[in-house]
Design a protein around this ligand. Structure first.
Ligand SMILES: [Zn+2]
Length: 265
């Protein structure tokens, strides 16, 4: 028995075999990891097509990407990256009628909208899901991870688990005064910055309170950015809006014959 142990020890200590063991050890994550994701140049696992996304959703329905406009039509969508009205001064997305979030985040937004409605208020969304390749584009001019997600880590937006938003007055459709606009990369946008009129502080507090009550977390440096604390449970996605829209389309809603004639053409 002792002889056998000595023999095995001798084999595994051969230099050539040690190299092979080391390579196998390094490659183990590739084999253990499911084939649902691909490894990008920064060593991040990314889902880059709808088929893969649907596979993960079939295993875990909590990963479903929900169409915000379809689920909560009353949400105001002012998707700034579809226009040049953003810090890059150029459209980064195609024109969009909707955007997406994972189910838990989308459900929370619906609940928040309902609560705000009771106060005569509502939500305006600036951004939600963002394809990973757009995060790479945004990083170039900023290169400061207080204000833009470092592509080496990816963003909660890429996971469909972060949203940029503000509160509006339902009667006037005006945004509440939050002290700065969206994507204002200065200290004034920080939650810790309190040298602001009391009304502004109250508005920020209202947004923070209601978002936290519904499971979101605030980002210290951007009053408009909220994310799910378990965002990393969701894979980074690099799926274009076009692919997401076409593949996620649900069955058309048919209108009863009796009500059809009342509809506008
Ligand atoms: Zn954000």
């Amino acid at each position: 028995m002792i002889e056998a142990v000595k023999y095995i020890n001798k084999i595994i200590h051969r230099p050539g075999l040690r190299v092979v063991c080391y390579i196998v050890f390094l490659l183990t994550p590739y084999f253990l990891r499911s084939q649902d994701t691909v490894l990008n140049k920064h060593g991040l696992w990314i889902i880059d097509n709808v088929k893969m996304l649907q596979k993960t959703i079939s295993k875990n329905p909590a990963k479903r990407m929900v169409d915000l406009n379809q689920q909560t039509p009353a949400l105001i969508l002012d998707l700034r990256y579809c226009t040049s009205n953003n810090f890059t001064m150029q459209p980064l997305y195609p024109p969009l009628k909707t955007t997406y979030l994972r189910k838990a985040a989308a459900d929370s937004l619906s609940a928040i909208q309902k609560e705000l409605n009771k106060l005569g208020l509502g939500i305006k969304v600036f951004d939600a899901y963002r394809p990973y390749s757009i995060t790479e584009k945004m990083w170039e001019p900023v290169q400061d991870d207080r204000y833009a997600a470092d592509p080496k880590k990816g963003s909660g937006h890429n996971r469909g688990a972060a949203v940029d938003l503000t509160i509006i007055n339902l009667a006037t459709k005006e945004e509440l005064n939050m002290g700065t606009g969206f994507d204002n990369f200065s200290d004034t946008a920080h939650h810790a910055f309190t040298n602001l009129p009391e009304a502004v502080l109250q508005n920020r507090l209202l947004l923070k309170t209601i978002m936290e009550q519904h499971g979101f977390k605030a980002l210290d440096t951007e009053w408009w950015h909220y994310y799910l604390p378990n965002a990393k449970d969701f894979e980074l996605l690099d799926i274009s809006f076009k692919d997401l829209v076409s593949k996620q389309k649900t069955k058309p809603v048919y209108v009863k014959k009796s009500t059809r004639r009342n509809l506008q053409p």
